[in-house]
Design a protein around this ligand. Structure first.
Ligand SMILES: CC(C)(COP(=O)(O)OP(=O)(O)OC[C@H]1O[C@@H](n2cnc3c(N)ncnc32)[C@H](O)[C@@H]1OP(=O)(O)O)[C@@H](O)C(=O)NCCC(=O)NCCS
Length: 290
């Protein structure tokens, strides 16, 4: 097959545009807003086969700055994996996955990915194993919120600059498993969590949170010094709250003995090689999903 292998091609406007078209076709994901806002990330590296300018098969590695058990390291998330339907089951994506992993192997501590269930057999063939994640949960006593909290609108430039400033100087949300990739965080603010971005001026902290019935789901806490849950909850409280859950490792939340764990929503999490939490409960931060 006459295929053109390309990597690291974001400077080529046509190939980048074709990559974005492919994401819309295969995943229904339109990254043009992320791009237009200036948050496109060179740490997001493509490994791709093209044919006559059309993207045939592709794998991306998102190179992530992660705090793992107190140590700063780089880890690799495999993402945007796909092959055009008429080219599937010819070994193309496996070749690209192997190229991507060979590129990342010496400079990254471990590999992970989030996969839809249809792709699990493929990832198994590539040497990945599926694992479960667990989240911390805690009962809370609902109450009216304390003032001085501002809901931010990512589409307003002042708010967007505030979000970017705090995210750029952030500490990882966890010393056990925390990430600091600012541009990926901006992606989450632009797309999936845009209705739940709260700024707490007293703490100069952003909290990304959603309320599902009587559960406050805390998706990320962003600050130069991460406040404990007891410090920030009063600003976000609601009278009907019964519990809070944390979609990241909650070591900095200082939940004490009252915290329990529960299985997290199944994200099809897969790991490759040794992982620092093998045999232990863990959760990768929601806002590291690429
Ligand atoms: C998953 C996907 C990327 C695989 O791409 P591909 O180029 O067809 O994969 P390959 O041909 O390299 O397959 C490698 C191996 O995985 C196996 N495999 C691939 N897809 C499979 C499937 N759906 N079910 C079972 N096995 C599968 C192949 O048989 C092959 O095994 P072999 O080496 O023993 O022959 C492709 O099916 C796809 O684009 N799916 C839609 C998008 C998607 O779901 N992406 C993953 C998002 S998490």
């Amino acid at each position: 097959m006459d295929l053109d292998y390309r990597t690291d091609y974001w400077d080529d406007a046509e190939l980048k545009q074709e990559f974005q078209r492919y994401l819309i076709d295969i995943f229904g994901l339109d990254l043009s807003l992320w791009d237009k806002m200036g948050f496109w990330d060179r740490k997001y590296r493509p490994f791709t086969y093209f044919k006559d300018g059309r993207l045939i098969s592709s794998v991306n590695v998102y190179s992530m700055n992660m705090r793992v058990r107190g140590r700063d390291c780089r880890v690799a998330q495999i993402s945007a994996v796909g092959t055009q339907p008429e080219y599937r089951l010819r070994g193309l994506n496996r070749q690209l996955t192997e190229k991507a992993m060979a590129w990342a192997a010496d400079t990254h501590d471990f590999f992970f990915l989030f996969a839809n269930v249809e792709a699990w057999p493929f990832y198994k063939k590539c040497g990945f194993r599926q694992v479960e994640e667990h989240k911390a949960v805690i009962e809370v006593t609902g109450r009216p919120p304390r003032g001085n909290v501002r809901k931010l609108d990512i589409n307003q430039s002042d708010d967007r600059e505030l979000i970017f400033r705090i995210a750029s100087g952030r500490e990882p949300v966890s010393d056990l498993l925390g990430v600091t990739n600012t541009r990926l965080f901006m992606f989450w603010c632009l797309y999936f969590l845009k209705d739940g971005i709260y700024y707490l001026p007293d703490l100069d902290t952003l909290v990304l949170a959603e309320r599902k019935d009587d559960v406050l789901s805390v998706c990320d806490v962003v600050a130069t010094q991460i406040p404990s849950f007891a410090e920030f909850y009063p600003y976000l409280a609601a009278p009907g709250d019964k519990s809070a859950e944390f979609l990241f490792m909650a070591d900095k939340m200082q939940l004490g003995d009252r915290a329990a764990t529960a299985p997290a929503e199944d994200n099809g999490t897969h790991l490759y090689g040794t992982f620092p939490f093998d045999g232990e409960e863990f959760i990768l931060p929601l806002t590291c999903h690429a």
